[in-house]
Design a protein around this ligand. Structure first.
Ligand code: MOS
Length: 735
C-alpha cells in the first residue's frame, strides 16, 4: 500500500526525532560507502554500462577547429570508408546541447560555428579506436568570421544581463551621492579568468533504445531536469526517457546540464538501431562542455572615517557565447554580506565566441567574493582597521537589501573562533614585515557566505516486516555523500541499524529530487527523506493505535505506552511504503537564509622567485546542523583547495587570435596538487537553524570555496606588499 505525505514548511520546526533518537547517527563522521566502490572500479560509471555487449557501437565527436564562422560543408566521405565505421552523423541544424539547466532551448544555430571546440558531428564505429581514427578524416569547411575572444576588449560592448540566478541589477538608496559624500573611498577593479570544472570523470553517455523508449546512462547532476532537456532536444516526450546516473565522478556544475555526449549518443543509437557510447576526451571536456565565465569586477566602497559602509557598488561584466544569457552572478553575496544604506550591484554580459559559460562551484560567490573580500581588505587597510573589526562594524542586523531577518547568521562567531585558533592577533601588522631567509611571511583572512537554496524534493521509503528499509529518490551522489547521509537520516528516524537501510539514487523512475546543485542537495533531499520516514512512523503509530508523537523507534521495534513491539509483529508480513514530499514554504520566503564562514591563511612568498606557498589554511564554517561531519568537512577541504587554485594558478588561457583554449587538459590547466596544499583545517561551528529545514541544516557544499581565494591573496599582500588584482596571482604578477 502506497501513501503520499507532503510537508510544506511554513513554520519553524522544533525538536524532532533527529534530536532525540537513541542512535545519535546525525552528524557522525561516517564514511561514504560508495567511496571504496568508486576508487576500486566497482561503481559503474556512465561509460561502463553495457560493458561487453557486442551490439554496442562507439561514437567520437568531431569538434570545430575554428572559433567563428559559417559551415560551408562537412565532407564525411573519407571517414565513412574508414575501417569499422558505421556512420558519420551530422546535421547543420544539429543540437548544440546546452549545459545550462536553466536554458531549455535546443540552441541550434543553423550552420554556425560560435566557438572553437563546438561539436560538429559524430563518427560511430565498431570500436572506440576506429571512431577516433576516422574522426580525423572528417573535413569541415568553414567560412571563418572574425570572432570575439577577449573580455577586456569587449567590455564596452556588454549589455545589461537578463535576470537569472539573481536579478541582474540590485540597487537601494542613492549610491552616487553617498559615494561622493563618503569620508573614505576605494575604487578598485579586479579580473578573474575563465575556469574549467575539471571533474575527475570526463563526460560520457551510453544510449540504448527499445522502440521509442530511450535509456540513457549519463553522468548528470539533476536527473529530472536533465531528462527534460534531453527529451526536448530529441523532440520526444519526457516519459520516453529513462536516465540512470547512480554513480558520478564529480560535477562541480559541469554536469548540471546535459552535454553533447548524451545528445549525440541518443541520436546515433536511434539511427543505427544499436546502443551507442560516447566518451569525451579530457581535452574535449574542456572545449565542448562549459566553463565558468571570466569577469571584470569594479568595487567601490564609501565609508565613514570609523569604517561604517555608507556606499557599496559591485559592477560586473561577464561573458557568454552568442545567444546564451546565463551570467556569472558575482554579486550574490554582496547583496547581503555587509551593511550600507546605498547600494548598487549590477551585472553586464558580453558576447564572446567561447564555449558556454555556466554554473561552476558556487556560481557567483566563488569569484565575486574574490573581489569583494579583497576590496574589504584594501579598505580595512585604508581605514587602519583590523580586517575582522572592519567586517564586524558592518555586520547588518537584517538583510540590508530587503530588511528580512536572517534565519541564522554566525559570521562574527566564525571570524572570532578562527582568529583565536589561527593566532590572528600575532599576524604581521604591516606588509612585508616578517621574513624567514628569502621567504616573506604573511597572513590574510576573508569572510565566506553562500546563499541557502532550498528546493522541493520527494523520496519514497519502504519498510518491510523483516526491518529492511529502502530509500529511493532520483537524487544523485556526485561524490558528496548523498547515499550515506540519506541512509543516516532514515536509519535514525526509523530506529534501524544503518546496514538495513538501502539507498537507491540516480534513476529517473524514482521520486523526483532537485538533484545535486547549489549546495541544496543534502538539505532538500534529506528533508524529503525526513518527511517520508515520519510518514512511515505515522503508519506504524496508526497500527498501534497511538499518536506518532507517542512512538519511539528503536532497535527494529516501536515503543509506545511502555510497550515495545518488534516491527515484524506490527507489520505481519506487510511492507509499508510512503512517498514524502518536502516543500519550502513561508519560513523560506520570509527570511534570508545563508551559510557563513571565515577563512584564515598563512603564506610564504619567495622574495627572489615570487613563488607563493600556502602554509596554513583554516576555515571555520557555520551551516546549521551538520548531517555528517566527515562529508561536510570534505566538502570544505574541496572548497579550500579550489580557492588556492583560484588565487594562484587556475586560469583557462584563450588564444585571442583563434578562440582556442590553449591549456585544455590537466597538465596545463593548473589545479592545485598535493604539493600545493598544506595540512588543511576545517572547524564546523555548532548551529541549529530551525527555520531553514526540518533537519535544522543549511547548505555547506559550496560554502568554503566562497572567499577562500581572497584569504590567500590577502595573505600574499600582507607577506610582500604586492596587491595583485588580476587573478590568478601568478609569479610574474608578484615580482
Ligand atoms: Mo553547483 S555549480 O550548483 O554544481
Amino acid at each position: 500500500m502506497d501513501d503520499q505525505t507532503v510537508f510544506k514548511m511554513d513554520e519553524p520546526v522544533g525538536e524532532t526525532r533527529l534530536d532525540t533518537a537513541a542512535q545519535g547517527l546525525i552528524g557522525k563522521p561516517l564514511d561514504r560507502f560508495e567511496g571504496p566502490l568508486k576508487v576500486s572500479g566497482r561503481a559503474p560509471y556512465a561509460y561502463e554500462n553495457l560493458a561487453g555487449d557486442p551490439d554496442v557501437a562507439f561514437g567520437y565527436l568531431v569538434l570545430s577547429g575554428t572559433g567563428a564562422g559559417t559551415i560551408r560543408s562537412v565532407d564525411t566521405s573519407a571517414a565513412e570508408k574508414a575501417p569499422g565505421v558505421l556512420a558519420v552523423i551530422h546535421d547543420d541544424n544539429g543540437p548544440r546541447a546546452s549545459a545550462d539547466p536553466n536554458d531549455q532551448r535546443p540552441a541550434a544555430i543553423k550552420g554556425e560555428v560560435v566557438h572553437f571546440g563546438q561539436p560538429i558531428c559524430v563518427v560511430v564505429a565498431e570500436t572506440y579506436e576506429q571512431a577516433r581514427d576516422a574522426a580525423r578524416l572528417v573535413k569541415v569547411d568553414v567560412e571563418t568570421k572574425e570572432g570575439q575572444y577577449d573580455l577586456l576588449a569587449n567590455r564596452d560592448r556588454a549589455h545589461k544581463a537578463q535576470n537569472g540566478a539573481m536579478q541582474a541589477e540590485v540597487t537601494k538608496g542613492d549610491f552616487d551621492t553617498a559615494y561622493a559624500n563618503a569620508e573614505v573611498t576605494l575604487d578598485v577593479t579586479y579580473t578573474t579568468p575563465s575556469q574549467s570544472h575539471s571533474a575527475m570523470e570526463p563526460h560520457a553517455a551510453t544510449a540504448k533504445w527499445d522502440g521509442d523508449e530511450l535509456t540513457i546512462f549519463g553522468c548528470y547532476q539533476l536527473v529530472s531536469t536533465n531528462v527534460g532537456q534531453l527529451a526536448k532536444t530529441l523532440g520526444i516526450p519526457k516519459s520516453k526517457v529513462r536516465m540512470l546516473n547512480p554513480y558520478i565522478g564529480g560535477g562541480f556544475g559541469g554536469k548540471l546540464g546535459i552535454g553533447p555526449e548524451s545528445v549525440f549518443a541518443a541520436i546515433a543509437a536511434r539511427q543505427l538501431g544499436r546502443p551507442v557510447k560516447i566518451a569525451l576526451t579530457r581535452q574535449q571536456v574542456y572545449q565542448a562542455t562549459s566553463r565558468r565565465s571570466d569577469t571584470i569586477q569594479r568595487l567601490r566602497l564609501g565609508t565613514t572615517r570609523d569604517g561604517r559602509i555608507t556606499a557599496l557598488a559591485h559592477d560586473t561584466i561577464t561573458s557568454n557565447s552568442p545567444g546564451d544569457e546565463f551570467f556569472e552572478p558575482t554579486g550574490i553575496s554582496t547583496v547581503f554580506l555587509y551593511a550600507g544604506e546605498n547600494r548598487q550591484i549590477t551585472h553586464k554580459l558580453a558576447e564572446l565566441n567561447l564555449l558556454l559559460s555556466s554554473s561552476m562551484r558556487a556560481p557567483g560567490e566563488a569569484v565575486g567574493m574574490l573581489a569583494l573580500e579583497n576590496a574589504m581588505d584594501e579598505m580595512a587597510e585604508k581605514l587602519g582597521l583590523d580586517p575582522i573589526e572592519f567586517r564586524r562594524r558592518n555586520e547588518p542586523e537584517v538583510d540590508p537589501q530587503d530588511g528580512k531577518p536572517f534565519s541564522s547568521r554566525s559570521l562574527v562567531q566564525c571570524m572570532e573562533e578562527g582568529a583565536k585558533r589561527f593566532d590572528w592577533a600575532n599576524r604581521p601588522k604591516a606588509p612585508a614585515s616578517r621574513r624567514e631567509g628569502e621567504w616573506l611571511i604573511g597572513m590574510g583572512m576573508a569572510a565566506a557566505s553562500r546563499k541557502n537554496l532550498l528546493q522541493q524534493s520527494s523520496a519514497a521509503i519502504s519498510l518491510s516486516s523483516d526491518g529492511r528499509c529502502v530509500v529511493s529518490t532520483d537524487m544523485t551522489d556526485i561524490g558528496t555523500g548523498t547515499y550515506t547521509i540519506l541512509q543516516q537520516i532514515a536509519a535514525e528516524i526509523l530506529g534501524l541499524p544503518r546496514e538495513q537501510v538501502i539507498v537507491k539514487l540516480g534513476d529517473s523512475d524514482l521520486p523526483q529530487a532537485p538533484g545535486s546543485g547549489g549546495s541544496w542537495g543534502a538539505n532538500s533531499a534529506g528533508s524529503s527523506v525526513f518527511v517520508a520516514a515520519e510518514g512511515v512512523v505515522a503508519k506504524i503509530a496508526e497500527k498501534l493505535g497511538v499518536k506518532p508523537d507517542e512512538v519511539t523507534m528503536k532497535d527494529g521495534t516501536a515503543i509506545a505506552h511502555n510497550k515495545q513491539t518488534p516491527l515484524a509483529e506490527i507489520l505481519k508480513g506487510e511492507t509499508i511504503t510512503v512517498t514524502g514530499t518536502f516543500k519550502p514554504g513561508r519560513t523560506f520566503k520570509d527570511t534570508h537564509q545563508a551559510s557563513y564562514g571565515a577563512h584564515f591563511c598563512e603564506v610564504a612568498v619567495n622574495a627572489v622567485t615570487g613563488e607563493t606557498r600556502v602554509r596554513r589554511l583554516l576555515t571555520v564554517a557555520a551551516a546549521g546542523r551538520i548531517l555528517n561531519e566527515k562529508t561536510a568537512t570534505s566538502q570544505c577541504y574541496g572548497g579550500q583547495i579550489f580557492g588556492i587554485g583560484s588565487a594562484l594558478t587556475e586560469e583557462l588561457v584563450v588564444d585571442t587570435r583563434t578562440g582556442l583554449l590553449v591549456n585544455h587538459d590537466l597538465a596545463e590547466y593548473h589545479v592545485p596538487v598535493n604539493a600545493d596544499v598544506p595540512q588543511l583545517e576545517v572547524v564546523l561551528l555548532p548551529e541549529r537553524d530551525r527555520i531553514a529545514s526540518p533537519l535544522a541544516g543549511k547548505g555547506i557544499g559550496e560554502l568554503a570555496i566562497c572567499g577562500v581565494g581572497a584569504a590567500v591573496t590577502n595573505a600574499v599582500y600582507n607577506a610582500c606588499g604586492v596587491r595583485v588584482r588580476d587573478y590568478p596571482m601568478t609569479l610574474d604578477k608578484i615580482l
